[in-house]
Write a protein that binds this ligand. Sequence first.
Ligand SMILES: *Cc1c(COP(=O)(O)O)cnc(C)c1O
Length: 483
Amino acid sequence: MSTKLTESVIFEKSVEGHVGTTFSVKPGAANHIPEEFRRRSPLNLPQVSELDVVRHYTRLSQLNFSIDTNFYPLGSCTMKYNPKINDKAAALPGFASIHPYQPEETVQGAMALFHELEGMLCEITGMNAFSLQPAAGAHGELAGIFVIRAYHLSKGRQRKKVLVPDSSHGTNPSSAKLGGYEVVTIPSGADGCVDVAALEKALDEDVAAIMLTNPNTVGLFEKDIIQIGKMVHAKGGLLYYDGANLNALLGLARPGDMGFDVMHVNLHKSFSTPHGGGGPGSGPVGVKKELEEFLPVPRIVQKEGRFFWDYNRPKSIGRVRCFYGNFGVLVRAYTYIRAHGAEGLIRIATGAIVNANYLKAQLKENYTDPYPGPCMHEFVLSGDQQKALGSSARDVAKRLLDYGFHSPTIYWPQIVKECIMIEPTETESRQTLDSFIMAMNKISVEIKENPEQMKNAPFDMPIQRVDEVKAARDLDIRFVKKD
Ligand SMILES: *Cc1c(COP(=O)(O)O)cnc(C)c1O
């Protein structure tokens, strides 16, 4: 074997008789447990020593890729550094040890945090009210679509369609569909923005809403957004803002001022909670005044200096989640926003934009730039030149792993062939960006020299290429010991 770090599953380390406890158990101890509650067959757990366990999990942790170890330019995901002070605040015993069933009068501090955070999100986005309940961006979208539906029904309208651009994130059409709507796709123009003429054609009185993200998924500001808003509103439709790209606008522009009526914020993206490993997220849903009565219950209200949960909202879409939201993520977002302040938020957005434009300018020499000109916080390239040589965007992404970088998002959005979508975020230094540029340019040379070989990249990782869909389509987590 090479020097590559590999690790077997813990069941393979099991040796009959090895134990991980150092204190002794009295032989008759089990007798205190009534017969009916005793285990009838031995527990199928690995038999390992404490040191085996420590080494196993420490090695696994070293196989992890994380923002705390390396650059993570995964487009649309805003994989920025998450200051540790946020975790520290979330771990304060007064926050970490409370229970959602506690009486309101014993958790006034936590409720004050909910209330203030809702207010800060309103100020940042230009919305009038927020619910912190949804557990992630996609969940916020679904709650938002339910709000839109409730709004139209309250006006006696049975609208059937939701419009989404062809560059939209897959969660947008999914949320619209789950909300009971027919999804109509609007093509993008050659400039990467919504094709206003195509929108005009698709718009009628059957359209409940259009879902957009701005900047859009190719990293461009929708230049016609004001006009789009007027067109949709003229037909009685609403504008839904997918807040995944809000990092680019913090303190610079507000969806509420652009004409959006409903939106979500991915707190784990723009407001700094470690994500990407499937950990908890948060997708607060925000609305304009005329939609507030439809937000999920309970709503937090303040009366005579005390906070209460208000369940008495007859027009509400109801609960979308148990309790009140992913509280730890809310504490992190609150801490992050307070730590930065208004000025700091502007520096986040401008830093993200400058970093993306720097990378774009440096990379367009070796990779096709489908939308020439400045971008917002992220941009897309095409690996079509590499494809013509017999390699692909996938090969570029895989080879980057050898150079110590996480792969960018690839093959999405689908409107760009061999798409490579890069989001550096504001937290990366010029030095890190320069080493990424060097790696990308080196890979383009490697592909020119030997495109066939690149099909097997990565070369220095514990494993090379895996079947990317097998785990999802053919899941089997039973361990069968090989003798
Ligand atoms: C991440 C993302 C979503 C979905 O958000 P989750 O928090 O992952 O559910 C939706 N739209 C866009 C553009 C995204 O990048």
